[in-house]
Design a protein around this ligand. Structure first.
Ligand code: TYD
Ligand code: MG
Length: 454
């Protein structure tokens, strides 16, 4: 039987059926190598000829104690980590350049040092003097964090081996350079190799490691995505550059719930924790205006109230605009289609703008009804009463589906002074939830009750 060969590019990972000098996927030269499959039995002579050894198999009954954790004292960070930093774990913190990753991690480094951990902060982007100046500005100069400016991975690992810290922060993974890999820092193979070395080292040496990764414009340099699978926890730091709010979101966590968020505010003295995000997200709300609706959402384990804002205006274009910030564009299209075909309310010839105030990205389908309410309110130029929160999922038939954690949503709404709620029928209410809640079976009855005949 003919041997099937395959080749892949060490720069971009593209798979090729034959070798060539240049990868036609990414344009890199001399980056294509043959894929050598691993098989049972002895390795080739060139690889040392060693035989594979048999694994020890266990069963599912083996009892594991929960991993030991250290809290940083920054509650918003500890919650996102699942209750603190787990020993010997690897964490990736991704985010746009300039969003505040280095600031957050310097503050975290100082807090963990104050909790008794030995912390080393390695900056590959800034000189130590710059990091020290930032520490001074943040009031952290007295924290016992060890600092180095270095990009050579071998030197970093040698130092970590000798110093044996509890936590090492690598800022950023894209500046790291492994001398055994023949491509430039920031390329996919360098970023992968450096992340692989560092996470393995952390596991072997019982040290935790935080890798900082810049989200990059596609194609420029490797983004944090390419190493997400290697680490235990993936956190993204989000926010609008012009806004002071920053959200730390867990998108993967082997040691805690994913989808948890921590909310911070960027101030002149670094990041401040926001203990009550609902109050913050609603703080800029003016008098009740058409197009503005408060959604009672859940982010991770916490209820969060946010304002959805819609603007609907006759379009001067042949193709009307659909612009969304903080919510899924496809989901908006679906809700517009349901409004049109189930309720007979067309948006043809109208530009539609939808925005989540405060820079939060909402992904819960529970926000469907709030989106529909904002769109209708803007279109009909009729404000929803300002003491009302809205939530519920919309199905393609136009029916409203109850959503999880209704009690928590209503409790948070009451806490912030909202006395009315609009929700789907059969929502699971708590004992003191009856008052002020209007339950509706479908979008058509919602349109009829809230906006008159529709
Ligand atoms: P930085 O942490 O350097 O971002 P990243 O590491 O994600 O690239 O933060 C950059 C911005 O934060 C910078 O524009 C200045 C601002 N900033 C403050 O507003 N207050 C502060 O106390 C600090 C340290 C930074
Ligand atoms: Mg930085």
């Amino acid at each position: 039987m003919a041997k099937v060969q395959s080749f892949s590019c060490t720069a971009c990972g593209a798979v090729h059926s034959k070798w060539s000098g240049r990868c036609d996927a990414c344009g890199e030269w001399n980056s294509i190598v043959e894929d050598v499959p691993i098989s049972a039995g002895p390795a080739k002579k060139s690889l040392g000829g060693k035989r594979g050894s048999r694994m020890i198999l266990t069963d599912l009954r083996t009892e594991e104690t929960p991993p030991p954790r250290t809290g940083s004292g920054i509650e918003e960070l500890d919650r996102v980590l699942g209750g603190g930093l787990v020993r010997a774990s690897a964490i990736l913190v991704g985010g746009d350049p300039g969003i505040g990753k280095s600031t957050l991690l310097l503050q975290a480094a100082a807090s963990f040092a104050r909790s008794g951990l030995k912390v080393i902060y390695v900056s590959g982007e800034e000189a130590t003097a710059q990091v020290r100046m930032r520490a001074q500005r943040l009031g952290l100069s007295d924290a016992s964090v060890k600092l180095a400016a270095e990009t050579n991975l071998r030197d970093i690992l040698t130092t970590l081996e000798a110093e044996k810290p509890d936590l090492a922060i690598i800022d950023s993974i894209q500046t790291m350079w492994a001398d055994n890999v023949e491509s430039a820092p920031g390329s996919v193979s360098q970023v992968r190799a450096a992340a692989h070395e560092l996470t393995n080292f952390a596991k072997r040496k019982d040290m935790s490691v935080v890798l900082v990764g810049h989200v990059t414009k596609e194609g420029q340099i490797a983004g944090p995505r390419v190493i997400e699978h290697m680490v235990d926890t993936v956190l993204y730091f989000e926010g609008e550059r012009g806004h002071q709010f920053r959200i730390l979101r867990a998108v993967k966590n082997r040691f805690g719930p994913a989808d948890e968020i921590g909310v911070f505010e960027m101030t002149g003295e670094g990041l401040a924790e926001v203990a009550n995000p609902s109050a913050l997200f609603l703080s800029e709300r003016d008098a009740p205006a058409p197009g503005s609706v408060v959604f009672a959402g859940i982010e991770g384990t916490r209820p969060v109230l946010v304002e959805f804002q819609a603007l609907v205006a006759p379009t001067p274009h042949s193709q009307p605009r659909r612009t969304v910030v903080g919510w899924d564009g496809g989901r908006l299209a679906m809700i517009l289609a349901v409004l049109e075909s189930r309720c007979g309310i067309p948006f043809t010839g109208l530009d539609v703008y939808l925005n989540v105030a405060g820079g939060l990205k909402v992904s819960e389908p529970a926000a469907d009804l709030a989106v529909a309410a904002a769109l209708l309110s803007a279109r009909e130029d009729a404000a929803i009463p300002s003491d009302t929160v809205v939530f519920g999922e919309i199905s393609l038939s136009g029916a409203l589906r109850p959503v999880g954690q209704t009690e928590n949503r209503l409790k948070e709404a009451r806490k912030l002074g909202f006395s009315q709620a609009i929700a789907p029928t059969r929502s699971k209410l708590g004992s003191d939830d009856g008052q002020g809640i209007r339950q509706m079976p479908d979008l058509t009855s919602f349109v009829g009750e809230i906006f008159g005949a529709g």
